[in-house]
Design a protein around this ligand. Structure first.
Ligand code: DX5
Ligand code: ZN
Length: 221
C-alpha cells in the first residue's frame, strides 16, 4: 500500500481555509487532518466542531481524517456530522468506555482508529484490535503544532506495526507529529501508512504547496 498524506489543517493559513482545502483537493491529496481539541484533554483549542462539519461540504476528493483530542469524544460526533468515509481517531487516554466509542463510530459508517500519546505503551491496544481499522501514533505530545519528536518514537512505530501485522493484514498506522522532511522516510520505513504533514513539512514558511505535496508524496511513496 502506498504511503498517504494527511495535511494538518490547523497548520494552514487559518484566514484562508477554504482555498487551502480546494488547493489540496485539486492536488489529489488523500486525506485532510482535522485536529479538534477541548482545552481539557490538551491545553489548547484549535478547529471547532462546526468547522470540522463544514469541511465535509467543500471536499470533492479528499476524505476527513478527524483527530479528536478531547474527553468524551462521542459528545461531538453529531456536531461534526461523522459518517461514511471519515477516519475518526479518539484517544485511548481520554475514553473510559473506549469499546462503546469505537462501536458508535462504526455505527455511523466511519472508520475507527485509536490514538495513543507518547507515554502510552502499544500493548494497551490489544483488546481493541478486532474493532478498529488503524492506530494513530502521536510522535509529539498532543496539543500544539511545532513540537519536537519524542525520544523513542521510531521504535514505537515499529512496535505498533508489528502489533497490527500480527493481528490482521491491512490495518493502518498513522503517524502524527513532527513528520518532517528529514524524518518522514524513516517513519515510512518503520511501517507508517499515513502521515500528518503540518508545520514540520508542508506548512513551513515560504514553501510552494504544490511542490511540497509532490516532494512529500515522493518521500512517503
Ligand atoms: C498536534 C496535532 C498534529 C499537528 C502536527 O497535537 O495532532 O496534527 O498539527 O503538526 P506538526 O507537523 O507541527 O507536528
Ligand atoms: Zn493530529
Amino acid at each position: 500500500m502506498k504511503g498517504m498524506l494527511s495535511p494538518s489543517l490547523m497548520c494552514a493559513d487559518v484566514l484562508n481555509l477554504q482555498s487551502e482545502l480546494t488547493k489540496l483537493d485539486q492536488l489529489g491529496v488523500d486525506y485532510i487532518h482535522l485536529d479538534f481539541m477541548d482545552n481539557h484533554f490538551v491545553p489548547n483549542i484549535t478547529l471547532s466542531a462546526d468547522l470540522v462539519k463544514a469541511v465535509k461540504g467543500v471536499l470533492t476528493h479528499m476524505k476527513r481524517d478527524i483527530h479528536i483530542m478531547a474527553l468524551k469524544p462521542e459528545q461531538y460526533f453529531d456536531r461534526m456530522d461523522i459518517g461514511s468515509g471519515d477516519i475518526v481517531s479518539v484517544h485511548y487516554e481520554a475514553c473510559h468506555n473506549l469499546h462503546d466509542v469505537i462501536a458508535e463510530i462504526r455505527r455511523r459508517g466511519a472508520s475507527p482508529f485509536v490514538a495513543i500519546s507518547p507515554d502510552t505503551k502499544p500493548d494497551v491496544l490489544t483488546e481493541y484490535l478486532d474493532e478498529i481499522d488503524g492506530v494513530l501514533v502521536m510522535t509529539v505530545y498532543p496539543g500544539f503544532a511545532g513540537r519536537p519528536i519524542v525520544e523513542g518514537s521510531f521504535e514505537k512505530i515499529s512496535a505498533v506495526r508489528r502489533l497490527l501485522d500480527n493481528h490482521r493484514s491491512g490495518m493502518l498506522l498513522e503517524v502524527d507529529g513532527h513528520v518532517s522532511w528529514d524524518l518522514c522516510a524513516e517513519m515510512r520505513a518503520r511501517g507508517g501508512d499515513m502521515f500528518v504533514a503540518g508545520s514540520s513539512s508542508l506548512y513551513q514558511k515560504g514553501l510552494d504547496l504544490e511542490e511540497a505535496v509532490r516532494r512529500m508524496s515522493a518521500l512517503i511513496a
